[in-house]
Design a protein around this ligand. Structure first.
Ligand SMILES: CC(C)(COP(=O)(O)OP(=O)(O)OC[C@H]1O[C@@H](n2cnc3c(N)ncnc32)[C@H](O)[C@@H]1OP(=O)(O)O)[C@@H](O)C(=O)NCCC(=O)NCCS
Length: 96
């Protein structure tokens, strides 16, 4: 929500199979067209990850998805090392 209006949706899904000793999840942020480019995506990536309770949250995106890459990076996601894929995968790690 932004100024009382739904700006889009964000969901976090547990990775399967769940490792109970080291759980993690993946995040997707989808904003309505009119809500993009205002910094809302950055807030969504950061806030949802913090509220999720997970120690690690992954964000996968097309390599050409510049807005998503920038928003996730500003939210504290960093590129995942290794495992080269066609997608860009970033990870957010809880700081404490
Ligand atoms: C990706 C998405 C979540 C980003 O959220 P957002 O609120 O639009 O992003 P922000 O405003 O926080 O930041 C985007 C930044 O990327 C920049 N940007 C966007 N497209 C760009 C491009 N093609 N080249 C360079 N910079 C670009 C914007 O200018 C902005 O930077 P600025 O604040 O310095 O101007 C949103 O655009 C969206 O929902 N897109 C469609 C669905 C999607 O791709 N989701 C990602 C799946 S994980």
């Amino acid at each position: 929500m932004h100024k009382g209006i739904q700006a889009g949706r964000v969901f976090i899904v547990a990775q399967q199979p769940t490792d109970v000793t080291d759980p993690d999840a993946s995040i997707t942020v989808e904003l309505n067209q009119a809500s993009r480019g205002r910094g809302i995506g950055t807030v969504a990536f950061r806030t949802a990850s913090e509220l999720s309770g997970y120690p690690k949250v992954y964000a996968a995106m097309r390599k050409g998805n510049v807005a998503s890459h920038i928003a996730a990076t500003r939210a504290g996601f960093v590129p995942l090392e290794g495992e080269p894929t066609n997608e860009l995968v970033l990870v957010w790690r809880r700081s404490s």
